[in-house]
Design a binder for this molecule. Sequence first.
Ligand SMILES: Nc1ncnc2c1ncn2[C@@H]1O[C@H](COP(=O)(O)OP(=O)(O)O)[C@@H](O)[C@H]1O
Ligand SMILES: [Mg+2]
Length: 343
Amino acid sequence: MIPGIIGSSAVMREVYRITRQVAPSNASVLLLGETGTGKELIARAVHDLSRRRNGPYVRVNCGALSESLLESELFGHEAGAFTGALKTRTGRFEAAHSGTIFLDEINSTTEHLQVKLLRVLQEREFERVGDTKTIAVSTRVVAASNRDLMEEVEADRFREDLYYRLNVVPIVLPPLRTRRDDVLDLVTHFLNVYNEENDRYVLHIENRAIEALRDYDWPGNVRELQNYIARAVVMAPGDELTCDLLPEAIVGGAAPRRPRQGAADVETLAYELVAQGRATAGPQEDNLYTKIVNRVERELIAQVMADCDNVRIKAAAKLGINRNTLHKKLKEFNFEEPLDPGA
Ligand SMILES: Nc1ncnc2c1ncn2[C@@H]1O[C@H](COP(=O)(O)OP(=O)(O)O)[C@@H](O)[C@H]1O
Ligand SMILES: [Mg+2]
């Protein structure tokens, strides 16, 4: 385990093991994983668990700055190096001397900067922009990418030599949907954090909410979960985290809405298909019902046709669509139905 990092699934324990093993060395570390999987936390842990822990830890988001701004941010510049460079500026590599520099979103760097980074990694030296004096630093490099960097190399967007320099020890952060056993621990952790922060006492979690949280796909990983719990804690009227405090994308799958009107059982069926994992709902879909139905339409029609013994007029009525629409859909899907005398 690593303090402040939650999750005891086998895949996370492996991440902790590699992190602890590599931290005391000076090896470059490359963190790979989708957004919100905890790359920044691990970068910090690599520093805190190293012999450089009392030195500086400097983070630079390479994706947030233009090429020239990033270059002077990383390496510094001399006064007059370019328009607006009024004073000499120390770069972040120098600032991180005797400590660790975390290059986040390293995949967004340009070819020119990749060459400069390669040199720092190889020679541990560089020049400030607009200067000829060489500066030597002892800075440990941790880099992160939310893209598969090898793929970027193959697409000629990332230099292969730099890739191998950075990738001395890769650590892959698994997406949350592949370690659902960690979800409840994370929810409990963030409930504590936000209870404390907001002076709240949301201490219980409704069973249906636990199920829904576990089953959700978490495209935004831990960051997404953290945001939802933050909101739920603030909005909770009592001491329980209930389904209605969670976004519809999460509870839609596990908690079928109350059926309405004639199409009631069809709607329930659509939600069941989602719950069974035959279709998934994205996070920012507003008209969830329509979206789900679109995705499961084929499956839905097949099931309703079977329920109605392939009598189209019955199936159309049950689906709440007219017969021509059903004919069209069946043709679209190349639907094979057994010969039915009643149709
Ligand atoms: N395993 C974890 N335990 C506790 N908090 C986590 C964990 N993973 C991520 N977080 C939190 O989720 C958010 C996103 O994590 P971050 O490290 O910034 O992800 P990334 O850099 O991969 O996008 C942060 O607020 C972080 O503290
Ligand atoms: Mg990040």
